[in-house]
Design a protein around this ligand. Structure first.
Ligand SMILES: [Zn+2]
Length: 421
């Protein structure tokens, strides 16, 4: 089996793996300005594409493959399909503003026609090849999957975790490593290698206390969130503590997609109830949302564009207000700049933020001990080659794995190729 890494190595962004020159697992983009896309994008012509989940860094560039002479077949869960189309249309819009274009509305239509909706646990043959695959719940966001791919003629298999989450969240059932099929090769994400998550209940309480304190002091609590997954999780948390947020940005459209697939959710009723009570904001109602003490859940999660910049520009000088970040801030993003330097860039201006800034780890990724648990399970079940990808500490993770289990563990570089027999 030939493996080529086209992105997502020693970084979080543009995940893409090419198998035997004809199968692609994930085809993402790093939503920086300008966006970074997988390597060799002009020269690959896959026959099949399997997508783990609908975050831009895993699915953002799939529509671009639809303009190839030979259009590949695409496989993903129905939730991932609907979200990928939504995010694709948003990318076209963002591109118009920022001056880039990777695909068109026609490509998104074509993606719809060429997508096979796949349920968890179903074994599928890839047309015209001797590969078969199945998807398993990855617990990361609704519709997210780990991919098990097997090449029959060589009797060799791989498991690609994608972004995977063990442990509780309000939105999702946890992934279960015990249910993942054994494999010869493991591709494991490394986002939180070296860091464990705090107790979720304590974290929720601390977050809600801080929001309440902001409201009591007369300020606005601005909560930047990813549209997919985090917005819904945070609205559910606030609702369970009796708080009614304003929701701004694409999180509402994402909620509407989630609602269509209740079986992909842990508690569809709790999500519906939370959104039933929330107040939705569009550009006309933003002024009202900050005219009184309020909590505003808004995109973008890493402050790279989106309505959050409106709120930051209005409230950055107000010491009673707070920005409550809800996740990891990738290097090079506005969010990282806010954490490290106390300022953000909004419409070309650098804005110093005097409002409070706090960071909460509502991560949808496995923490350090959970990543190690997955590796340990796979090694015990016969995995011989492990690739650590998707993180800033892939090298350390590979070294730890090698020392602990004596197997071949590699932190690949983008563009690197491996033959595994
Ligand atoms: Zn993700």
């Amino acid at each position: 089996m030939k493996i080529k890494f086209l992105g997502g190595c020693n970084e979080v962004g543009r995940s893409a793996v090419l198998v035997d020159d004809k199968i692609i697992i994930d085809y993402g983009m790093r939503p920086s300005d300008p966006p970074e896309i997988p390597l060799n994008s002009e020269h690959i012509s896959p026959k099949s594409v399997i997508i783990s989940h609908a975050h831009l860094d895993h699915s953002g560039m799939v529509p671009s493959l639809m303009s190839r002479a030979e259009v590949p077949e695409v496989y993903m869960t129905p939730v991932t399909r609907d979200l990928t189309k939504l995010l694709g249309r948003d990318t076209i819009k963002v591109g118009r503003d920022q001056g880039f274009s990777f695909f068109s509305e026609a490509d998104i239509q074509k993606l719809d026609e060429n997508t096979h909706a796949v349920a968890y646990g179903e074994r599928h043959a890839l047309d015209g090849t001797d590969y078969e695959f199945e998807l398993h719940n990855a617990g990361h966001i609704p519709g997210s999957a780990s991919v098990h791919l097997r090449k029959e003629s060589e009797d060799i298999s791989l498991l690609y975790t994608g972004d995977i989450k063990l442990g509780p969240s309000r939105l999702m059932e946890s992934a279960s490593p015990a249910d993942l099929p054994a494999s010869d090769i493991l591709f494991i994400e490394s986002t939180y290698y070296g860091r464990d998550h705090r107790d979720r209940k304590d974290l929720e309480r601390e977050f809600v206390d801080s929001v309440k304190e902001t409201l009591n002091s007369g300020g606005n609590a601005i909560v930047p969130c990813f549209a997919v997954g985090r917005t819904q999780e945070i609205v559910m948390i606030l609702h369970s503590y009796g708080l009614t947020p304003y929701v701004d940005g694409m999180g509402l459209s994402v909620f509407r997609i989630f609602k269509n697939y209740p079986s992909s959710l842990k508690d569809a009723k709790a999500l519906n109830d939370a959104f039933g009570d929330a107040q939705f904001v569009n550009s006309k109602r933003r002024k009202k949302a900050i005219s009184e003490p309020s909590v505003i859940v808004t995109t973008a999660g890493m402050l790279n564009g989106g309505p959050v910049l409106y709120y930051l520009k209005k409230k950055h000088e107000d010491p009673r207000s707070k920005v409550l970040l809800t996740g990891y801030q990738i290097e090079g993003t506005n969010g990282r700049m806010l954490v490290e330097e106390g300022c953000v860039e909004a419409d070309g201006d650098i804005v110093k933020v005097n409002a409070g800034v706090e960071q909460y780890d509502f991560s949808a990724h496995a923490g350090d001990s959970e990543l190690k648990e997955i590796v340990s399970r796979f090694c015990r079940n016969g995995t011989e080659v492990i690739f650590t990808v998707h993180g800033d500490h892939t090298e350390e993770f590979a070294t730890w794995t090698k020392d602990k289990f004596g197997c071949e563990a590699i932190a690949p570089n983008n563009g690197e190729e491996f033959i595994i027999e």
